[in-house]
Design a protein around this ligand. Structure first.
Ligand code: ZN
Length: 123
């Protein structure tokens, strides 16, 4: 769900009105049930560690390093759970490096998905 927070601050001294508009996706904490940001790593209410259902368990930095050093062998695709793509990349040497380069850019931009279609988590 999407939560829109509008914060209106009026500064009496300068007469300036500041408007802060924050749009973020909200999820429910599985421990205490309160609403928290989907960007939060732990619940601010009860302190439990949040596992985001939209985020992969696989680590972004690991995929980045695997793609950089072993990308032409498709190792990052195996790591991300995309075994079929990994085999093809292994046989084609990462699409002669072009495929690997595209994957590398996508990982850097944070738009690389794992085999379950989830974004890699950036811890
Ligand atoms: Zn909580």
């Amino acid at each position: 769900m999407i939560d829109i927070q509008i914060l209106l601050n009026y500064d009496n001294l300068s007469g300036v009105v500041t408007l802060n508009l924050t749009i973020m996706a909200m999820i429910y904490c599985r421990e205490c049930g309160k609403m928290i940001s989907d960007q939060a790593h732990s619940c601010p209410h009860c302190g439990c560690v949040v596992s985001n259902p939209n985020r992969s368990e696989r680590d972004w930095l690991t995929a980045l390093l695997l793609c950089f050093f072993l990308g032409t062998l498709g190792i990052h695709s195996f790591y991300a759970g995309k075994n079929a793509i990994g085999v093809v990349q292994l046989l084609t040497l990462g699409g002669c490096g072009i495929w690997t380069l595209i994957d590398f850019i996508m990982i850097v931009c944070g738009s690389y998905h794992d085999g379950d279609g989830k974004l890699l988590s950036n811890r």
